[in-house]
Design a protein around this ligand. Structure first.
Ligand SMILES: Cc1ncc(COP(=O)(O)O)c(C=O)c1O
Length: 439
């Protein structure tokens, strides 16, 4: 017997309504959970209240995009002032120059920047800029790495044991049905943190590759930092080959003031940015060396990559973004990283106490709990089996019931709105959740 609408909770009733006008009842798959999504009412700092009145501490932060949590007073004030003066113009604005200067000052690899509206668009723009600069069609990317929805960048993001092929020559596997086979032919897949295999695969495509696209700590590949040797070998190979090294720092830019790349002392030619640099609003950016960025310069005789976007660099995003990044200074970065380290140590101890086969990865201000006995080193090792998936659901439900919002891989992305108290409470809840799994 099904519940009549009046028997349903407000969230369950909303979900029934949503399924009629939205495929699957959602606008993005990441908010889906069974039996229905949680529906947000309002939020402040690190607390979110849903429409049932339940308060939870937010460790998802809109998929790692809200570096200061929700409704930071300075961001709210700045955006309110700007929105009253106009939200988007067919004119340039001063704030986009101010923000471009701030972004460029953060890394020696950023001479210039172009703002766009999402991480997907930033990665797509970087790949197209690399093709335009090199005149080559192919790209190489890491198996399992998520870079957004662009056809080429998403290849092999969801590879499975039955189609991923040999580990020393991973297959190029389509994500969306109907992806043209020509896309797959243009994308070379390399394994993460295995420089020998990666270089031998790349060597088979010498002179054909526009760029090697790498996220220095890819979430779907296990949230494991890239090894210095892996990054250095890719930098060396691309330099010798005349191809570009493109970093996807849409998530990892939070790790250091100059992004994760600062840790390797390596200069990628281009970097895709997004998420936190929008201060809570939709954003992306392509930043890189002046000579490569020139492909987008409309003042050149042959514009190799004509680039535009209706809402790119809109003053609301620029205002929110610059306010957020001014607040995310060196001391804020270091405080957040120490807080995450405390969480990682706490979770490791909890795992040790429960004896549950689990481990924790991450760096900077993010971490991920894996229900595996040993630390994964690549996508295949991080792959969530059916058995692990069932246990993960139990753990995530437990954390939700205990008052925590997590990213659905059991990952956490911290915000500056948090302190020791919130982090210790999460660690405690993960411990009780793990004990529940082993009992
Ligand atoms: C590393 C990485 N690149 C790109 C994207 C795409 O960003 P967006 O969702 O803003 O399109 C994401 C989103 O999760 C991401 O994690």
């Amino acid at each position: 017997m099904t519940d009549s609408p009046q028997d349903l909770s407000p969230s369950a009733a909303l979900y029934e309504r949503a399924k009629i006008s939205l495929p699957g009842g959602v606008s993005r798959n990441t908010v889906l959970r069974m039996p229905h999504p949680l529906y947000a009412d309002y939020a402040a700092g690190c607390w979110v209240t849903d429409i049932e009145g339940v308060e939870r501490i937010d460790f998802a932060n809109n998929m790692a995009s809200l570096i200061h949590g929700h409704a930071h007073p300075e961001i709210v004030r700045a955006v309110q002032e700007q929105v009253a003066r106009g939200s988007a113009f067919s004119l340039a604005t001063e704030i986009e120059i101010d923000y471009a200067e701030l972004i460029c000052a953060r890394s020696t690899s950023f001479d210039q920047v172009r703002f766009v509206n999402s991480g997907t668009e930033a990665v797509m723009g970087a790949v197209k800029a690399a093709r335009a600069f090199t005149g080559r069609p192919k790209i190489a990317k890491v198996e399992g790495a998520y870079h957004g929805l662009y056809d080429f960048a998403e290849v092999s993001q969801t590879s499975k044991p039955e189609n991923w092929g040999n580990s020393d020559r991973p297959e190029s596997v389509a994500v969306a049905h109907g992806t043209p086979s020509t896309v797959l032919e243009q994308v070379v897949i390399i394994p993460f943190n295995d420089p020998e295999t990666a270089i031998s695969i790349l060597d088979e495509h010498k002179g054909e590759i526009a760029c090697v696209l790498v996220d220095p700590m890819p979430h779907r590949v296990g949230l494991v930092p890239a090894d210095t040797e892996f990054v250095h070998r890719l930098r060396e190979w691309t330099e010798n080959d005349g191809s570009l090294l493109v970093f996807d720092e849409v998530i990892t830019f939070r790790t250091e003031l100059g992004g994760f790349q600062a840790r390797f002392h390596v200069k990628p030619d281009l970097t895709a940015l997004g998420k936190m640099i929008g201060g809570g609003f939709p954003v992306g950016a392509i930043a890189g060396s002046r000579d490569v960025m020139q492909v987008m310069n409309p003042l050149t005789e042959t514009v190799k990559f004509p680039h535009s976007g209706t809402f790119s660099a809109n003053p609301i995003t620029m205002t929110a973004g610059i306010t957020a990044m001014r607040l995310y200074d060196e001391s804020a970065v270091q405080r957040l990283n120490s807080l995450a380290l405390r969480a990682v140590e706490g979770v490791s101890e909890a795992i040790g106490r429960t004896g549950e086969p689990a481990c924790v990865t991450g760096s900077g201000s993010m971490f991920r709990v894996h229900l595996k006995p040993s630390l994964p080193r690549n996508y295949r090792e991080a792959f969530i089996t059916a058995e692990e998936s069932a246990k993960l659901s139990v753990l995530l439900d437990h954390l939700s019931n205990e008052g925590f919002i997590m990213i659905n891989t059991c990952s956490a992305s911290l915000s500056t709105a948090m302190g020791v108290q919130e982090v210790d409470a999460l660690v405690e809840a993960i411990g009780t959740g793990l004990r529940r799994l082993s009992s």
